[in-house]
Design a protein around this ligand. Structure first.
Ligand code: BES
Ligand code: ZN
Ligand code: ZN
Length: 501
């Protein structure tokens, strides 16, 4: 699919369909007034009678009956112009995109300038459209014998505008990159555990590295043993699938400094291990690599947009299985940084895998850390399924992550992290730390455990157990994987400012 930019009036444009924004206003102005004249004032009438609905997120398709060269017009309701937000605009475009997808045409046009309002210029509109279109039309290619390939592939979207062609194209390409990176993350999460093993995830990361010229390192089991990654290795102990520590580096600055480390939980299937999950709780645990997917999706966006930043992505990957070799409750293990851990619950495996990954990210020069993980059921109880739980040891860095999440339209909510929390993860009689200090505030305990490995490095923890998937379809996402935090992570990197600068 390609974008082409056209500097003419949409009223005169020949097209299968043109997408037009309509605000809840008493009169039309600009090109819409011209369009209304061509329709002999009928559009005003359509609005009055509800055939065109200007309420936010309503779409109305009208044939042109030869009054304009375009065959049909798709009106997108935007509500009151002063109230429209960037996120709502994306959602409205999402609704329109689904209608367009069902129309099965190879091309259509978008009258960008009809969507412009006080706080949202044409470039924002181009970005919002491209991002929303890719997100809303995403579909996982399933394994049914009858394929769900679209019969008419979309070839060209014409963006019609009076604004600067180059800038409009650049904005659309940024939006499209954000959408596609998120979709790639969704696909990784939707893949079943037998199709996406740690080895496959590593192969996928290598393909990204090849495409975007990232430096890559994939550690195998022997190398992990040599480096003393006892925490990740313990999680892998019961598996027949070899573990992988996946590292990708992108250098956008002359020197390897101010490095942002993105660390994503890559558990390809979580049975719980000997602290086995109940049969209802185990279904869906193919999504336990949602953090890894978000990191790889963000790396794809970074590879496309090539910001002047330095990033190291680190993904500890394995499944968490049961067997005669598997690790057990009461085991004591030693992590890469030397800290010993008493295992009280083998289902609290994510924090173990992440512990070594955080240490390894620091080894690779990470001076700022963001970890992303489908870490706890507790965060779902606390915040529901539309807010990612966050923790931090550094206010200024947290502010940067919070701002990025606002800009991306992904909600995060901070959980407290106090000295008492630190004491609870250090409360083992057998070892330096224990991996499961009990049910009370256990989302906080998981974060606090990871904090023991971040130590003094500015760090933000993101628990996406609730947000990585959605049970019901949304305007910008079908049911299934959401790609949560992909866009936020990419924005954290794009907008990153070192505390030294
Ligand atoms: N992968 C799970 C968390 C999870 C739950 C993700 C639901 C997505 C949906 C994690 O490894 C886990 O099992 N956490 C336990 C921790 C507990 C044993 C301390 C939990 O949250 O119950
Ligand atoms: Zn678990
Ligand atoms: Zn898990």
């Amino acid at each position: 699919m390609k974008f082409s930019i056209h500097n003419d009036s949409f009223v005169e444009k020949e097209q299968e369909c043109i997408v037009v924004g309509v605000f809840n206003k008493p009169t039309f102005d600009g090109d819409l007034a011209v369009l209304d004249q061509k329709f002999d004032g009928q559009l005003t009438q359509f609005i009055k009678e509800g055939d065109i609905n200007s309420k936010l997120k309503n779409v109305s398709k009208i044939p042109s009956f030869g009054k304009v060269p375009a065959k049909r017009l798709l009106f997108v309701g935007l509500g009151k112009d002063k109230e429209l937000t960037f996120d709502q605009l994306k959602e409205a475009f999402g609704v329109a995109a689904k209608t367009l997808k069902h129309m099965k045409r190879s091309t259509f046009g978008v009258a960008l300038d009809t969507f412009v309002t006080e706080g949202i210029d044409t470039f924002d509109v181009a970005h919002a459209f491209a991002e929303a279109f890719s997100l809303a039309t995403y579909e996982f290619q399933n394994y049914k014998q009858k394929s769900n390939e679209p019969e008419v592939p979309l070839e060209m979207i014409e963006l019609i505008t009076g604004a600067d062609e180059q800038e409009v194209r650049a904005s659309a390409e940024v939006g499209y990159a954000y959408g596609r990176g998120t979709n790639s993350a969704r696909t990784l999460v939707n893949l079943p555990g037998n199709m996406l093993t740690a080895t496959k995830l590593a192969e996928y990361a290598l393909e990204l590295a090849n495409k975007y010229d990232f430096e890559a390192e994939i550690l195998d089991k022997e190398e992990m043993e040599r480096l003393g990654m006892g925490a990740l290795l313990a999680v892998n102990q019961g598996s027949v699938e070899p573990p992988k520590m996946i590292v990708l580096k992108y250098q956008g600055k002359d020197e390897w400094k101010d490095v942002v480390g993105l660390v994503g939980k890559g558990i390809t299937f979580d049975t719980g291990g000997y602290s086995l999950k109940p049969k209802d709780g185990i279904v869906g645990m193919k999504t336990d690599m949602g953090g890894a997917a978000a990191v790889l999706g963000a790396m794809e966006i970074i590879g496309e947009l090539r910001p002047e930043q330095n990033v190291v992505a680190v993904i500890p990957s394995t499944d968490n299985m049961v067997s005669g070799n598997a690790f057990k409750p009461d085991d004591v293990i030693t992590s890469m940084n030397g800290k010993t851990i008493e295992v009280l619950n083998t289902d609290a495996e994510g924090r173990l895998a992440l512990a070594d990954a955080i240490t390894y990210a620091k080894h690779h020069g990470a001076e700022y850390l963001v970890d992303v993980a489908t870490l706890t059921g507790g965060v779902i109880v606390a915040l529901g399924t539309d807010k990612t739980g966050a923790m931090t040891n550094n206010e200024a860095f947290f502010e940067q992550v919070l701002e990025a999440s606002f800009e991306a339209g992904e909600y995060i909510w901070r959980l407290p992290y106090t000295e008492k929390d630190k004491q609870r993860v250090r409360s083992s009689k057998m070892a330096d730390l224990n991996n499961s200090p009990g049910r009370e505030g256990h989302a906080i305990m998981a974060g606090a455990f990871i904090g023991e490995f971040a130590e003094n490095t500015p760090w933000v923890h993101l628990d996406i157990a609730g947000t990585a998937t959605t049970k019901k379809e949304e305007d910008l996402c079908p049911a299934g994987a959401t790609g949560a935090m992909t866009r936020t992570l990419a924005l954290v990197v794009e907008r990153f400012q070192s505390s030294e600068s």
